[in-house]
Design a protein around this ligand. Structure first.
Ligand SMILES: Nc1ncnc2c1ncn2[C@@H]1O[C@H](COP(=O)(O)OP(=O)(O)OP(=O)(O)O)[C@@H](O)[C@H]1O
Ligand SMILES: [Mg+2]
Length: 268
């Protein structure tokens, strides 16, 4: 049974059809990376998995439970899904350790001692055991994101959803977050990851899914999607993201500025 099974998923916001029939499954232990241009529906797809967005039609199963069934106990399903966003969403008024214990105690009803033990364990896992008593504002962005990952892990998730977890970070902080994600993948965590980090996807993904315009254009092992993409749209996208400095003015419809002094527009 797949960890996630998405069938003919559609989602519209008013007249805008954002997802146009997505079929995608993620097996237990797989790391599936979703790539694609801005606005292609990647976040919406991820948010439909735990019903942060309600699909317009189609079905989503998580561990065999149909979350799109109106009778589904969605809170029970969400408890098994860890989600990490671009913005870390830590509680600023709580210390790191409390950020990790609050949901364990309220949602999973763990005792304070047990929740604290599990918090410590997971802070170790992301290399931040010494920050348990810090406030989020005292941490770097990369450290805050690692805390957010530890917080999700403290809930013993069956699978993790990541929505561009490194795109709000300064470039020098990206590596530490990817390192944590890489070690999670190596431990066998099931992960569905929306990312702009092509080298991470290439190295860590079991499968890469390229989305454009609300559809899955192409999916396959990273060496195929990156090495010999079948679809022209995939090739164009990869060309743009992998070699941004090579995109010419013609490709984006821009007109080179005329040399200074010649043919200047006759303003007023
Ligand atoms: N709540 C909403 N209401 C209306 N439109 C929305 C809503 N959420 C998303 N959209 C629209 O749906 C489309 C897909 O958005 P989505 O955030 O899923 O794209 P994305 O692939 O994640 O893009 P990015 O790479 O920029 O994060 C966009 O056109 C967006 O404006
Ligand atoms: Mg997005």
């Amino acid at each position: 049974m797949p960890a996630i099974e998405i069938r003919d998923l559609r989602k519209s916001f008013g007249k805008l059809e954002v997802l146009r029939g997505i079929d995608l499954s993620v097996e237990t232990g797989e790391v599936v990376c979703v790539i694609g241009p801005s606005g292609s529906g990647k976040s919406t797809l991820l948010r439909c998995v735990n019903l942060l967005e309600e699909p317009s039609s189609g079905s989503v199963h998580v561990d065999g439970v149909e979350v799109t069934d109106p009778d589904c106990d969605i809170d029970a399903v969400r408890r098994r899904i860890g989600m990490v966003f671009q913005q870390f969403n830590l509680f600023g008024h709580l210390r790191v350790r409390e950020n990790l214990t609050i949901a364990q105690r309220r949602v999973l009803r763990r005792s304070r001692a047990e929740a604290e033990r599990i918090a410590t364990e997971n802070l170790h896992r992301v290399g931040l055991a010494e920050k348990a008593h810090a406030y989020p504002a005292q941490l770097s962005g990369g450290q805050q994101q690692r805390v957010a990952i530890a917080r999700a892990l403290a809930m013993d998730p069956r699978l993790m959803l990541f929505d561009e977890p490194t795109s709000a970070l300064d470039p020098e902080l990206v590596g530490e977050v990817l390192a944590v994600m890489r070690s999670l993948a190596a431990e066998g965590m099931t992960m569905l990851v929306v990312t702009h980090e092509m080298s991470f996807a290439r190295e860590v993904a079991s499968r890469v899914v390229f989305m454009d315009g609300g559809t899955v254009v192409e999916s396959g092992p990273p060496e195929e999607v990156f090495g010999s993409p079948r679809e022209a749209r995939t090739r164009e996208f990869l060309h743009r993201v992998l070699e941004p400095t090579r995109v010419s003015e013609a490709e984006i419809g821009a007109h080179p500025v005329a040399p200074h002094g010649s043919a200047a527009p006759s303003g007023r």
